[in-house]
Design a protein around this ligand. Structure first.
Ligand code: DI6
Ligand code: FE
Length: 410
């Protein structure tokens, strides 16, 4: 018997790996062994001789993939925007809704009024839904508090979610999501607070793993985003940005200059931006849920991103205003149907490239010896299934840090 396998805490036999290492990275049947929360052995079945210990689980040739990574969500918020959705369908423009105190500021008002316990309870079913479809790593942003205290409150809730459920949570400070009502006409004043007070505090308390901005005509301009990036860098925090969603301001080039982990949305990304991303190794995160829900028509430049060799990730962007779709599998499907990604690109977008967009590319998002033991065993045989079907429960095992956690999520 192979000594690497005998040294493992758990062994899964007859798995059909899609490693996400080179394309799908499909391999013949393997044995997968876990030790100390890491993948310790990945060995072709053909090289093994039985009989095997009875506690080694035989997976019967089932597809085995890395755990899914949802690298962009705003899943902590209070309130609902369902009536705003209804108003929009009756022809009331978004700008008019915003003037009546709706839109993002209505979510800010409800989120400020909610306690930490309330926000936690509201986020729990959203996060559980992601976990049940195979997400093992999720990014969660602040950005609906827009005061120091309420931004910190959101980040604490995000950390708490990561302790309460079997999922790797990465938190992102998105205080530059919208100009708070108290700073109307004085976005610079709020940026000053973010740089002077918030970033140092979240860095000191290790409440955020990255800093994000919304670089847009209706949000923050390039100079303001750059101030925030510089403050983040000074405190050792990596940056990312909501860039080129509704217009092309050059946010992606700015982000690339700050070695951003990712730039996200990108419908209006231009050639100079693409070249900058390629050079910096910044991941392009596509968010088809927001494109769909806003009925956008300008597509992100997928072919040009491919040609430039930019890594493409796909995420859900779960938020109450522009992407209230709580499913990464649906986002994968939409990335294919709406943006013409291939199922293989969608697969890599929620595994290897999703992990890279969170700065976790060295440890997460692939099946390989030494990686964290986050993996999924599916009741299907080809990874194209993951982007193809939506709404079906196909998980047989959901392993996080080497522990099968599926039973606890039922
Ligand atoms: N872009 C978006 O699409 C969301 N945030 C962002 O920066 C909108 C969030 C909301 O409307 O609540
Ligand atoms: Fe977003």
């Amino acid at each position: 018997m192979n000594k690497e396998l005998l040294a493992c805490d758990q062994v899964w036999l007859n798995v059909q790996p899609a490693t996400a290492q080179c394309g799908y990275g499909l391999l013949p049947l393997h044995a997968l062994g876990v030790k100390g929360g890491r993948i310790h052995a990945l060995i072709p079945m053909a090289q093994l001789t039985g009989p095997f210990p009875s506690d080694w689980r035989d997976m019967g040739g089932r597809l085995t993939t890395p755990g899914l990574v949802d690298c962009h969500t705003h899943l902590i918020y209070a309130g609902s925007r369902a009536t705003e959705f209804e108003q929009r369908l009756h022809g009331v423009p978004y700008s008019e809704i915003a003037r009546q105190g709706g839109g993002i500021l209505s979510t800010v008002k409800a989120t400020r009024e909610a306690s930490e316990d309330e926000l936690f309870a509201l986020a729990l079913p959203r996060l559980r839904a992601l976990l049940r479809e195979g997400v093992t790593t999720v990014e969660i942003k602040s950005g609906y508090g827009l005061t120091c205290a309420s931004e910190l409150k959101m980040l604490r809730v995000a950390r708490r979610l990561g302790k309460a459920l079997p999922v790797r949570v990465r938190t992102t400070l998105l205080a530059a999501h919208a100009v708070p009502p108290e700073y109307t006409g004085d976005a610079d004043g709020w940026v000053e607070v973010i740089c002077r007070d918030l970033i140092p505090q979240v860095a000191a308390e290790q409440l955020a793993d990255a800093v994000d901005v919304f670089c847009e005509g209706i949000a923050f301009n390039l100079a303001q985003c750059e101030r925030i990036f510089a403050a983040a860098r000074a405190h050792g925090l990596p940056v990312k940005g909501h860039m080129e969603q509704l217009s092309s301001l050059g946010g992606s080039e700015l982000a690339a200059r700050y070695q951003a982990l990712s730039v996200d949305h990108l419908e209006h990304l231009d050639a100079a931006g693409i070249a900058a991303l390629a050079q910096a190794g910044t991941v392009a995160v596509l968010l088809p849920g927001a494109f769909y829900f806003l009925r956008e028509t300008v597509l992100p430049p997928v072919q040009a991103l491919r040609d430039a060799g930019v890594a493409i990730a796909v995420a859900s962007d779960i938020n109450p205003g522009t992407s209230p779709l709580v499913s990464l599998r649906l986002a994968m499907n939409m990335a294919c149907t709406l943006f013409r990604l291939t199922p293989q690109e969608a697969f890599l977008g929620v595994t290897r490239h999703g992990a890279q967009a969170l700065g976790l590319g060295e440890t997460c998002g692939q099946l390989a010896v030494g990686m964290v033991a986050d993996f999924l065993i599916w009741e299907c045989h080809h990874p194209a299934e993951l982007a193809y079907q939506v709404g079906v429960d196909q998980l047989v095992a959901r392993v996080v840090d080497g522990r099968d956690t599926l039973g606890g999520l039922a």
